[in-house]
Ligand binder design. Structure first.
Ligand code: ACO
Length: 403
């Protein structure tokens, strides 16, 4: 029943592209990836340089405005973000409605969407000022909401933001401080977390970003759009992969079992895949994975974790896979998720929080992409077509005459 000629006549062109592997959904000047070369640029700046020299709020400014900030612009931006870190006190009650063992991603989807019920002065997307306040609120409140989701899951009281701390340091404190004890943020861990946030800040038109754009194309408010993005990120093929990679390393257990798992991954009759390997776009080493590997070593050294069995398994796996014909031929290299789980676990985060941290960092990318879309005069509501393969037209049969 598919009548391609009719569809073609309506539009002048018609493509069928499952997974959108070769369809551009927009023009964008935010992030550039060259998957063959293993290059990732934010607004033209290599990810390696941003992660080495910059901080996360500088990256946020860059993604939102297109240029690195001057010192005055940076100070003003930091001030505006820190003014918005608190959530409305009534929102605390939202958390109380969840079971104590609720997955923190479920809480994130709900609470982020609920921001639109509190901040009516930043939901009119036709007003540039409201769009900017909404952007600030999202970037500022995500660490607070994420930390509250964590605290709720471990049965501890919420810790309020402390705005003289840097972005990642503030988040670590909100997660790990307890009211009756002193807590000092470890600057090495805070710096490592800033770097992890920078690495995850944007990645052009991935599934969750495309979800945010599609939701936003209907004119939905930015809080609702980000909530949709978080829901999409939750899936194991997207934001959930670092959790899966860590589980796999734990299952392998010791370096001498690595070869057995590599053989399993190559076996066509076995559905097992090496988690943290391969990427839809990178057919070379994921540039973020290299930085992540260095960060993992720094964090484990700082915490005095010697001979970490997971790290030993990871390094052995990487070495064997990089020399193996199967992985070379299919261009399967470690991706960012391969090392990030080990690092976050060492910092004290439970696996259920891994995707939450990804969502926190990706929020600025979602916002920048949403803003670019809303401000693009050529943008229309996203409305993919389909190839209908169902029944031909047929007559309705009353229920008494069926069967
Ligand atoms: N282990 C073993 N074989 C693999 C792996 C892997 N991790 N990844 C791909 N392959 C093989 C496939 O079996 C396939 O082989 P074939 O050509 O003989 O059929 C070939 O490589 C191509 O794989 P596709 O699934 O077609 O590639 P696609 O681009 O659709 O998938 C994906 C990319 C989903 C990332 C895939 O590599 C994968 O499942 N990796 C493991 C999960 C993971 O690490 N995801 C994180 C992605 S990064 C992120 O979201 C931040």
């Amino acid at each position: 029943v598919v009548d391609i000629s009719k569809l073609y006549a309506q539009t002048g062109a018609f493509t069928y592209d499952p997974g959108f592997t070769s369809t551009a959904s927009c023009e964008s000047s935010i992030t550039y990836i060259d998957g063959d070369e293993g290059t990732l640029l934010y607004r033209g700046y290599p990810i390696e340089q941003l992660a080495e020299h910059g901080d996360f709020l500088e990256t946020c400014y860059l993604l939102l405005y297109g240029e690195l900030p001057t010192p005055t612009q940076k100070a003003d931006f930091d001030y505006r973000v820190t003014r918005h870190t608190m959530v409305h006190d009534q929102m605390n009650r939202f958390f109380l409605g969840f079971r104590r063992d609720a997955h923190p991603m479920a809480i994130m989807v709900a609470v982020t969407g609920a921001l639109s019920a509190f901040y009516h002065d930043s939901t009119d997307i036709s007003d540039p000022k409201q769009r900017m306040i909404a952007s600030m609120r999202m970037i500022a409140k995500m660490p607070t909401i994420a930390a509250m989701a964590y605290k709720y899951s471990v049965g501890q009281p919420f810790i309020y933001p402390k705005n003289d701390l840097d972005y990642a340091a503030n988040f670590l404190r909100m997660c790990f401080a307890v009211p009756c004890e002193d807590y000092k943020v470890n600057p090495i861990l805070a710096r490592a977390l800033e770097r992890i946030f920078i690495l995850h800040a944007d990645h052009e038109q991935n599934a969750s970003t495309s979800t945010v754009r599609l939701a936003g194309s209907s004119g939905a408010n930015p809080f609702a759009c980000i909530s949709a993005g978080i829901a999409c990120l939750w899936g194991p093929a997207h934001g959930g992969a670092n959790e899966a990679a860590l589980k796999m390393l734990e299952e392998i257990g010791t370096p001498d079992r690595v070869a057995e798992y590599v053989a399993k991954a190559k076996d066509k009759n076995d559905p097992f895949r090496l988690m943290g390997f391969g990427h839809r776009v990178y057919k070379n080493y994921d540039p973020r994975a290299r930085i992540m590997q260095k960060t993992t070593h720094e964090v484990l050294n700082e915490l005095g974790v010697k001979d970490d069995p997971l790290l030993e398994v990871a390094m052995e796996l990487e070495q064997i896979a990089l020399r193996d014909e199967y992985f070379i031929e299919k261009k399967l290299y470690p991706n960012i998720d391969f090392y990030s789980g080990i690092t976050l676990k060492a910092m004290g985060f439970p696996t259920t929080m891994f995707t939450v941290l990804f969502a926190l960092a990706r929020t600025v990318g979602w916002i920048a992409q949403w803003k670019e879309m809303v401000e693009d005069p050529s943008q229309r509501i996203g409305r993919p077509r389909q190839l209908y393969i169902g029944a031909d037209k047929r007559e309705y049969v009353p229920i008494a005459q069926r069967g």
